[in-house]
Design a protein around this ligand. Structure first.
Ligand SMILES: [Zn+2]
Length: 270
């Protein structure tokens, strides 16, 4: 008996290609950095993008993913994590947040530009390859209801959905909720950020037991000080997660800014 499956797969593939070409003609891809029209190859042809972004790779701090200039060994920690271990096990990020890359995240978060999502997710999968290999579930950092109404979408949830599409790891936007509508963290110090988000997240009552022994990866757009990710990891760990990691698209890298309170904490520990 002749299988009817193969021709259907071919037709659907051809239709997808045709659809893609029509879409590219009607809405040609634009550079995420310069905004100029690109060739049909889309972001793959965005030379400015590939040349100007700083991709983060090993070696880095085993805990927070802070990039090191030299390899200090597999278990090396940065000075911040030596003084104060974050609540999450490991964090990894794909790209350094700087004057060039900032545009990508601002256009996405506040301008609703989502055509870079596939690229963002692919880079996050590259950076978080190890933690994603064993992950059971992706949980995006939730927005408070009021903030979600205002912005109309949660950028972390869009990233989690795009990563889920690539990896087949399920994502859930309901388990974790933001109970405090914390002010924007933008200009706050490290200490103020930690205070600001402390106790801001909780597991919804009906989901109290579903994380038991699960390996969770928290998803967000930017790692600034790690305070938000730590505040998210705390209730997830308390709910019995076997491991809680964090993965972000970008990371702020400030080599010289070591918060004084952490140095004091480190000295107290010795
Ligand atoms: Zn670190």
């Amino acid at each position: 008996m002749i299988s009817m499956k193969a021709p259907f797969i071919d037709i659907s593939g051809a239709m997808k290609t045709l659809y893609g070409r029509v879409l590219d003609t009607l809405m040609p891809p634009h550079s995420l950095i310069t905004g100029q029209v690109l060739s049909r190859a889309g972001l793959e042809a965005d030379v400015e993008l590939w040349q100007n972004l700083k991709f983060i790779d090993d070696p880095c701090c085993q805990a927070c993913g802070f990039p090191f200039e030299f390899d200090h060994g597999d278990k090396a920690l940065c000075i911040k994590c030596t003084a104060y271990r974050p609540e999450f096990n490991q964090a990894r990020s794909a790209i350094t947040y700087d004057d060039t890359s900032r545009k990508l995240v601002l256009d996405f978060k506040y301008g609703g530009r989502t055509d870079g999502l596939g690229f963002f997710a692919a880079q996050m999968v590259r950076a978080g390859q190890e933690m994603l290999e064993t992950a059971d579930i992706l949980i995006p950092v939730p927005l408070h209801r009021a903030r979600l109404r205002q912005r109309r979408f949660n950028q972390a949830a869009l990233l989690a959905r795009a990563i889920s599409k690539i990896t087949d790891i399920p994502y859930d936007t309901e388990i974790l909720m933001r109970k405090k509508n914390t002010p924007n963290q933008g200009t706050l110090s490290y200490k103020a950020r930690r205070r600001n988000v402390s106790g801001a997240f909780k597991i919804r009552d009906q989901n109290k037991t579903c994380l038991k022994n699960k390996r969770v990866v928290i998803i967000d757009d930017v790692y600034t000080t790690g305070s938000t990710l730590s505040a998210c990891a705390k209730p997830l760990n308390k709910a019995g997660a076997a491991q809680t990691d964090a993965l972000t698209f970008m990371r702020v890298v400030r080599p010289l800014e070591i918060p004084l309170e952490l140095i004091a904490h480190s000295i107290r520990k010795e």
